[in-house]
Design a protein around this ligand. Structure first.
Ligand code: AMP
Ligand code: MN
Ligand code: MN
Length: 326
């Protein structure tokens, strides 16, 4: 039996949580585990604690039971933290972590220092969902559980496209498909579908993008006024950073969007050379080698300047640019 199932068997009350602004992998992992526990251990008292989740994820079974407040402040036997690189990124749900008798962390962020009583961090895994799958007993995975896990893998691999997609990832995806999933529905409806307003802001971000270092860096800035103009939120910006990254000649893409006064959420992506996790970690964030993020203060100009300096240094070390170009 896996370490995680052992911990679950020993617990009566279980909480499951993940990072703030939960993405597909985070929601898929939390609901995948919840579904598994509900199916296999119906006697357990289990709750998922997460910030609000996107409409497109709500087809997942039990998504309507997610607790979005942190009012009960239960003292849990076991608190499982998924897809979360550090305690700060749990936001308000950190209260459960402090009170829980046991904390079990499952994650794939290279920047995760390891926390909790049990911790499985596998930076080479495509997603937290991929690691979770291996903790489960395959025969006991229901179709509903498989849907959640498959969705998480689809999202963190950009539909099996990013460099984190391995032979193992594809094997696991195949095993999940064998549970009878409607994969094109999951991929189109949760990953590719965009609203009209989302497409408009994507277009605006691309039109206003700016090239640096001969186009090796491409950045775009989204202000609060722009979000207001198109009637969208930060959650509607998915996909923009990837389109910047895929532009010909780009090694590193930067998207910053305003979340407060002189406060920006930064997304970083790279193609072959730049370790963006290292860049983001330098500003208090983290992530993966080719996809990372952080929050920065200052004017947009300062934020971009502060980011491009260490990126350019890495590019020089990789031989992409001359020292004189920095
Ligand atoms: P994003 O650009 O927000 O999609 O994030 C890319 C990756 O970096 C994701 O795997 C995030 O979990 C991680 N990440 C983003 N922001 C932060 C942060 N402030 N601290 C640690 N990791 C982050
Ligand atoms: Mn995530
Ligand atoms: Mn993830």
């Amino acid at each position: 039996m896996s370490q995680l199932l052992h911990a679950i068997e020993e617990a009566k009350t279980i909480g499951i949580s993940g990072h703030r602004r939960p993405d597909g992998d985070c929601v898929g992992a939390c609901l995948g585990l919840y579904n598994y526990i509900k199916d296999v251990y119906p006697e357990k008292d289990v709750t998922v604690y997460l910030e609000s989740i996107k409409e497109e994820y709500k087809f997942l079974r039990y998504s309507d039971t997610v607790n979005h407040s942190f009012t009960d402040q239960k003292e849990l036997d076991l608190f499982v933290v998924l897809d979360c690189a550090d305690i700060d990124r749990l936001g308000d749900y950190g209260v459960y972590l402090k009170k829980a008798k046991k904390v079990f962390c499952v994650d794939h962020h290279i920047s995760n220092p390891g926390f909790g009583d049990f911790c499985i961090v596998e930076p080479e895994a495509s997603s937290t969902c991929e690691i979770l799958f291996e903790q489960f007993d395959y025969d006991k995975i229901s179709k509903s559980c498989a849907e959640a896990i498959y969705m998480g893998i689809v999202h963190d691999t950009g539909v099996f496209k990013h460099t984190n997609t391995t032979r193992k990832t594809m094997h696991i995806a195949g095993d999940l498909i064998a549970k009878g999933l409607n994969t094109s529905h999951i991929i189109d409806d949760t990953f590719y579908r965009k609203s009209y307003a989302q497409n408009q802001i994507l277009g605006r971000a691309l039109i206003e993008s700016i090239q640096l270092l001969d186009g090796k860096i491409l950045f775009s800035i989204i202000t609060k006024n722009m979000l207001k103009f198109y009637g969208v939120s930060g959650a509607d910006l998915d996909g923009i950073i990837d389109q910047l990254r895929m532009t010909e000649g780009v090694e590193c893409a930067i998207l910053i969007y305003e979340i407060g006064l002189h406060k920006y959420k930064v997304s970083l992506r790279s193609n072959d050379y730049v370790n963006v996790s290292q860049i983001a970690s330098g500003f208090g964030g983290g992530g993966h080698i080719r996809a990372a993020g952080c929050t920065m203060m200052g004017l947009p100009r300062d934020v971009i300047n502060n980011l491009t300096l260490p990126i350019a240094k890495q590019m020089k070390d990789a031989g992409l640019i001359e020292a004189s170009e920095i």
